[in-house]
Every structure is written in C-alpha cells, then in structure tokens.
Design a protein around this ligand. Structure first.
Ligand code: NCD
Length: 321
C-alpha cells in the first residue's frame, strides 16, 4: 500500500505517468466516470480549505465513488481529545482512501503508520502540500510543455508557505531549473529546505527582496499569500502582508510567455486587474487540481485508466507496485 505524504514519495517517472493520466482525464472526463464505483474517499480536514477539500471530493465523485468526512476539527472527535492514530484506525473501517489536512506538521505521516488505507497529505502545518504540487506541475507542464529548463520565481511567504516547500523539493529534481526566492528577510525559505534540497544537490538559486528587479528573468512567477494563521503576533502579519502586490504595470517587464501561478486563496498579492492577462494561470491551476486528484486516487487505489486500453496506464500500474 502506498501513501502520498511527501512530494518525493513518487519518482519523477511516476509523476510524469500521473500527469499523463490527468491530461487524459482533462481531455475526456466522461470516460472516467465509473472508475471508482463502490469506492469511498474520506476527507479529514482539521484545518480550513476550499479548493483542496472540494477538489478531492469532486475528484472522487467524478470517478463515480462516494465521499464522507469532516471539514473542521471541532466537528470531529478531535474536539473530545481523540488522537490522529485512533481516528485513522476508525476511518480505515469506513473508507478505501483518505485525504488529511492538519495544522500539525507530520500528522498525516503519523496517520499513515496506523492506517489500513492509503493516506494523502492534503497539507500539514507549514510543512508540505504534495497534492498542490501535482496541480502546480500539471499547470507548468501545460504552459511550458516540460518541467525542466525554467527559471521560477517564488514570491511572498516562503517561510510558512507549505506549497512553496513542496514545489521546490519536487522541481529541484528536474534539469535546468533555477529558483529565484523572493521574500522579505523574515519570510525566507527555511534553512532545512535551502540546505537539504538546494545546497546539497547543487541546484542554482538566488534570494531576492525586490520582485520587480527579477521580473524579466522569470518563466514562472509563483505568488503566495502571507500565512496569517501561522504568525505568532498580529503586528508582524499586518506589517508584512502587503509586501508584494502584483499589478499589470509590474508585469510590463515580464516575458510574454511567463505564467503566473498562485495556489489560492489570494488576499491582496495579485490585483484582480491581472486576472484577464493571458499569463494568469491560477484558475487553470485550480481546475487542474481536480484532474490530478482523480489521477492520484486511481494510482493509489491501483485502478487502471479506461483510456488507451492500458498501454501507457499499464506502465503506471507497474510503477505503483
Ligand atoms: C494553500 C494551502 O492550504 O497551503 N491553499 C491550497 O491548498 N490551495 C495555500 C494557502 O493557503 O495560502
């Protein structure tokens, strides 16, 4: 049995295969509508979510399966003091696969050790968010036709932003990727990511504070929200929250083929005037979230794609086992 806890739980080849299935789904969703008949997904969300939870549920429903779960910790027995270990043992009796979001780093990993069903990390504190990364990778691949050979600027809260940590970890495995890490001093990428993922592997990166100074170098601009809920005091949040606001005039220097990504929700960091710019890819990204989660559920449940009579999907199945 496989889980998805960390973005490196899947090889580059497995990710390519998963994204190929996601592309097939995007091209013909109808063909997949019975793949998960009789299967149930549990969404265990101890922390707020719109896209991740709903796209997981939409994914399972699109595959013909069922969903159950909770959307807040206080509507589960966590409010009575139940441990994650006991919760997952119980949920293993009711569902075939589960997606868990938790404010504590490592909670989904812990759950996976007690689980009888595949556990998907849907975001653990300020740590990792591997399924957002699958969404990001699908969008980058659609826009750039490949995952290597890009200069990507990650901008905003690089300290607490778990989507940033997972995306760096994942993209660092591809040839020719250069990172420009744009943040205020206080919100820099944590040392463990810099040391273990970038330094150790000799991946090129620079840190910058001014988004406009580096704009013309970027193939991808990945904007992020300042993570209010992870700050220890309101004052620091208020001081830092509007450090970066992307507006059409700041895009004047950007390459015409650059893609702007954002995991969403946005607060102020991308002006709504940017939404109609052809470089804006963040709503495409939200749409892709359903396709990659459909492909992921199939992969973890070892269900073959009904498309292409298993030729390429056969390869995916082998890699999974
Ligand atoms: C992100 C998250 O939860 O980390 N949202 C998402 O899943 N799309 C980003 C964020 O909350 O800022």
């Amino acid at each position: 049995m496989r889980h998805l806890i960390d973005p490196l739980d899947f090889t580059v080849e497995e990710i390519e295969a998963l994204l190929d299935v996601a592309d097939e789904i995007a091209a013909d969703r109808q063909a997949f509508r019975q793949v998960c008949q009789g299967k149930t997904l549990a969404t265990l969300f101890y922390e707020a979510s719109t896209r991740t939870r709903l796209s997981f549920e939409a994914a399972m429903l699109n595959l013909g399966g069922n969903v159950l779960g909770f959307a807040t910790a206080d509507s589960s027995s966590a409010a009575k003091g139940e441990s994650v270990a006991d919760t997952i043992r119980t949920v293993s009796c009711y569902a075939d696969i589960c997606a868990m979001r938790h404010p504590k780093e490592g909670a989904p990993l812990r759950a996976s050790r007690y689980s009888r069903i595949p556990v998907i990390n849907a975001g653990d504190g300020g740590h990792q968010h591997p399924t957002q990364t699958l969404t990001d990778l699908m969008t980058i691949r659609q826009r750039r036709k490949q995952l290597g050979h890009i200069t990507i600027g990650l901008c905003g809260d690089l300290k607490f932003g778990r989507t940033v940590h997972s995306l760096i970890k994942s993209l660092a495995r591809y040839e020719g990727v250069k990172f420009i890490l744009i943040s205020p001093e206080e919100l820099r990428v944590p040392d463990y990511v810099i040391e273990e993922v970038l330094w150790d592997k000799g991946v090129p990166f620079v840190e910058a504070e001014d988004m406009e100074l580096v704009m013309d170098q970027l193939d991808i601009l990945y904007m992020t929200r300042v993570q209010k809920e992870r700050f220890f005091n309101e004052e620091d949040y208020v001081r830092l929250k509007d450090t970066y606001i992307l507006t059409p005039d700041k895009l004047a220097a950007a390459k015409p083929g650059m893609a702007i990504l954002h995991p969403l929700p946005r607060v102020n960091e991308i002006s709504i005037d940017v939404d109609d710019d052809p470089r804006a890819a963040y709503f495409e990204q939200a749409q892709n979230g359903v396709y990659v989660r459909m492909a992921l559920i199939m992969m973890l449940l070892e269900l073959a794609s009904p498309v292409a009579a298993g030729a390429r999907t056969g390869a995916l199945q082998k890699e999974v086992r």
